[in-house]
Write a protein of this length. Structure first.
Length: 135
């Protein structure tokens, strides 16, 4: 993927953000380079404290498990699931609906059921850099 992306023109919602119980879950759909790219941002309980910068260490468990802050990308054309191994996500909006991401991702060997901390594939990385928002 080497493209700039914009909000996906879709009949369904292009984004959703949930902030509750000290956790932030965001799913944003983008279009670029003839494909749809789904961006996941997950800051679980114990990590999310409102606007600020959150480090992105390698994952211990899959999305939905309370371990570390996470960013992921699902690539529609190939079905490849990329999970963050380094970087930061910055939440700028007081309501948790906007921010910036600067993350390095690696493909997961087990898809969206990632991860146990050792399921990323050696090889290419994907950089995700830029602002995000869900109006």
């Amino acid at each position: 993927i080497n493209t700039c992306a914009t909000a996906a023109p879709d009949k369904t919602s292009t984004c959703s953000v949930s902030v509750s119980g000290g956790a932030l879950d965001a799913v944003l759909r983008f279009a670029g380079g003839n494909q749809v790219i789904v961006l996941y941002i997950e800051l679980n309980a114990g990590f999310y404290t409102g606007p600020g910068t959150y480090n992105l260490p390698p994952w211990q468990f899959q999305l939905g498990r309370n371990d570390v802050p996470k960013v992921a990308v699902l690539q529609s054309t190939t079905g490849t699931f990329w999970e963050s191994v380094a970087g930061v996500v910055n939440v700028t909006g007081g309501d948790g609906r906007s921010g910036n991401v600067n993350a390095i991702l690696q493909a997961s060997s087990v898809g969206v059921q990632a991860s146990n901390g050792s399921t990323v594939l050696a090889g290419p990385t994907l950089s995700v850099i830029g602002p995000w928002s869900c109006p």
